[in-house]
Design a binder for this molecule. Structure first.
Ligand SMILES: [Ca+2]
Ligand SMILES: [Ca+2]
Length: 421
């Protein structure tokens, strides 16, 4: 009988781990701060990861369906692992997930460059003077992307963006080609945007579709170039009165807005553009009531003002808001990237009598407010009345002594003393 060696078993478990994805697909691990981290590792074992994201990406791109998972340091007090610029340009697209770490581009470099149909989830990218993200593939999808570009555009190119936060300087989001789609995303300016910088810029000859997009802070929120078509639903571009919500730059620019918050007085037409190039369904022109990060504040006029229909309705990426919360809450979806929970129902004027608290056998109290983080015990609570004690039969008897009734009881036996004599 051949016994498998420990090494063989370890190898088999590593293979199982590596091949846990779709058939034939492997996961490649990256952790810069791991003591065993080396790009010369195979990187399919989390205990022997790659040191750089690029090192793992280059290994993953040689076959179909591979994933690169960047592991954040376990100790949340430790500084965030930071990585150099990454390029996804291989023959096969990869899925890149990197929660809790950051890609930081130096100089004029681009932080994350994607030229294939890769899937990017939970990636934070910072850059100084180059774009944070550049995507040339309309098949690329970005979910949970965070960009901070202090001297350039946050995201430039095409693809599909969902649940993202984009901060840019010369633009938050610059859509350049194809048919890009943006859902549940906030675009806002870095603290001091230069005059004229648009939040979202549509370059020439493209059709972009936005659903649940919030743009705040830029002098111009959305700019539509020549031969570009903007389609937007449940979005808000409204800002202060000295700024521009929407700018059409040519006679060939157009905008189709559904339940979208744009003021006619803050819409600009240049280069021969006219009002007739903007079509509106259920137009909104309200103060958006947003906080500085683009979330709805209580009582915002955008709550429940969206439509369940319109462009990109039913898209799987529309099921969650920018924070990952359920999209459809209350009587209708909210306008913008954020969705708020409806207020709790008003209690009736005469409160119902509260039944007395009953302690169940597990020690939890029924009828009382549950303790925080207490495990929920699904056990029926039954009120069992205490069993009645059987009555002791009296040993006393009634006798008639000298014509009077008298109760006579047997004398109690004295306990024998255990004391030894
Ligand atoms: Ca709602
Ligand atoms: Ca929310």
């Amino acid at each position: 009988m051949i016994r498998p060696t420990l090494a063989a078993l370890a190898g088999a478990s590593a293979l199982l781990l590596a091949w846990a994805g779709p058939a034939g697909a492997a996961t490649f691990f990256v952790q810069e701060s791991h003591p065993q981290a080396l790009d010369t590792n195979q990187c399919t074992d989390q205990n022997a990861p790659c040191r750089t994201i690029q090192g793992a990406v280059d290994k993953a791109e040689v076959a179909i369906g591979n994933t690169v998972h960047v592991v954040a340091p376990g100790d949340h007090h430790a500084p965030v692992d930071e990585y150099d610029s990454v390029t996804l340009d291989g023959a096969f697209p990869v899925t890149l997930t990197a929660p809790g770490v950051a890609i930081r581009a130096t100089g004029g470099a681009t932080g994350l460059t994607v030229s294939n149909a890769s899937i990017i989830n939970d990636v934070a990218v910072a850059s100084a003077t180059g774009p944070a993200v550049s995507s040339t593939s309309s098949g690329a999808t970005f979910t949970g992307l965070q960009t901070q570009s202090t001297g350039a555009v946050g995201f430039v190119g095409t693809g599909k963006l969902a649940r993202s936060n984009l901060i840019g300087f010369t633009a938050g989001l610059q859509l350049t080609s194809g048919s890009p789609q943006v859902l549940n995303t906030i675009v806002r300016s870095s603290p001091s945007p230069p005059p004229g910088a648009p939040g979202i810029a549509l370059s020439t000859s493209l059709t972009a579709t936005l659903r649940h997009v919030t743009v705040i802070g830029f002098p111009t929120r959305v700019q539509v170039g020549a031969s570009a078509t903007l389609t937007a639903a449940n979005s808000t571009f409204a800002g202060s009165n000295v700024t521009t919500d929407l700018a059409l730059e040519a006679a060939t620019s157009s905008a189709n807005l559904t339940n979208t918050n744009v003021s006619p007085t803050r819409t600009a037409f240049t280069g021969g553009a006219q009002e007739t190039q903007v079509t509106k369904t259920n137009p909104l022109d309200v103060s958006p009531g947003l906080d500085s990060l683009g979330r709805l504040t209580p009582g915002s006029a955008l709550i429940d003002r969206g439509t369940a229909g319109g462009p990109l309705a039913g898209d799987p990426a529309d099921a969650k808001d920018v924070d990952g919360q359920t999209r459809n809450q209350g009587s209708a979806p909210d306008v913008g990237a954020d969705e708020t929970a409806p207020p709790p129902p008003t209690p009736p004027t005469t409160p119902p009598t509260t039944p007395p608290a009953v302690v169940n056998p597990t020690g939890s109290v029924a009828g009382a407010a549950p303790a925080a983080a207490a495990p929920i015990v699904s056990q029926p609570i039954v009120n069992v009345p205490p069993a009645a004690k059987p009555k002791k039969k009296s040993k006393c008897r009634t006798r008639t002594v000298k014509g009077k009734k008298k109760k006579v009881c047997p004398k109690k036996k004295k306990r024998k003393s255990r004391k030894k004599k």
